[in-house]
Design a protein around this ligand. Structure first.
Ligand SMILES: [Zn+2]
Length: 288
């Protein structure tokens, strides 16, 4: 329900601006992505009354709109970042990270915007302690040549070296001024996973640029990801889109709806007889 309302907001904003709403299926996480889920999502959102102009089911000038079929684009972005000296391979296991951070870290799985593939959503992750960055020796944080002849990312987690201490600021069109400090609020983040899957951050940035996205509408749980994506945009020479983050809808216990998969799914609400109007007009508490 939270996701549906966010997508509804995206649709309204696209309409008001005379733009197009784009449905992009973020299905990079093989464990969580099944075509039946995608079909169900299209169906539920159509039932709600949302219409998108470009998408997997409609085609469009920037097809395919399914991330699992756009790997070549992400690989090109990875190669460019590597060549520019922004990336390094990280050999740390999850256990290494827990040890380095001093306490076992319970990885919180946060579902981001619509679709799956958010396994690497790292907004609440601790800052990477920099173990593998130090192995590089005294290398400048700014772009420079990397003595890596690697052409394929397989076998490592590849991390983006963030400019420690730099404040990343942006004006959110809904929530106002935002500020995150690299190396403090978030650390070197993964752009390509050991298991061969590009990260959400990299795929998102590469697609937003390739698809000519002018405004991103998504949940406030992704604010910190936006700061990371701004660094990727800058490194790759892409212009930032405008950002509009929606406050997260919570239940009566203050728990984010996105973390619940049961009673408040659109499908379940439909089956209980709620109408699109009931769902879209309901006054719901939001996270502050
Ligand atoms: Zn490492």
């Amino acid at each position: 329900m939270g996701h549906a309302r966010t997508f509804w907001t995206a649709w309204q904003r696209a309409r008001d601006a005379g733009g197009a709403l784009i449905m992009r299926m973020e299905d990079l996480d093989p464990d969580r992505s099944k075509s039946a889920y995608a079909e169900a999502a299209y169906e539920d959102l159509r039932w709600l009354g949302i219409r998108w102009q470009e998408g997997p089911d409609k085609g469009g000038p920037f097809a395919p709109y399914v991330q699992s079929r756009r790997r070549a684009i992400y690989l090109a972005a990875w190669r460019r970042l590597l060549k520019l000296g922004y990336l390094y391979p990280c050999r740390c296991s999850r256990k290494d990270l827990e040890t380095a951070l001093g306490a076992p870290h319970e990885r919180v799985s946060v579902q981001g915007s619509l679709g799956g593939g958010k396994l690497d959503m790292e907004d609440d992750d601790p800052v990477y302690p920099g173990t593998c960055r130090r192995l590089l020796g005294n290398v400048s944080q700014l772009p420079g040549p990397t003595a890596s002849g690697m052409d394929m990312p397989e076998g490592f987690n590849w991390r983006f070296r963030v400019p420690d201490g730099e404040a990343i600021e942006f004006l959110d069109r809904n929530l106002g001024p935002q500020r995150f400090v690299a190396g403090v609020d978030f650390g070197d983040f993964v752009v390509w996973r050991r298991d061969g899957v590009p990260s959400y951050q990299l795929a998102c940035v590469a697609d937003d640029a390739a698809m000519g996205i002018t405004e991103v509408v998504r949940g406030a749980d992704l604010l910190k990801s936006t700061a990371r994506q701004m660094l990727l945009n800058r490194a790759l020479g892409y212009r930032d889109p405008l950002w509009f983050h929606c406050r997260l809808v919570v239940d009566h216990n203050g728990r984010r709806l996105a973390k619940r998969h049961d009673s408040l799914s659109l499908r379940a609400l439909r089956q209980r007889g709620l109408t699109p109007m009931n769902i879209l007009s309901a006054e719901l508490p939001v996270e502050v």
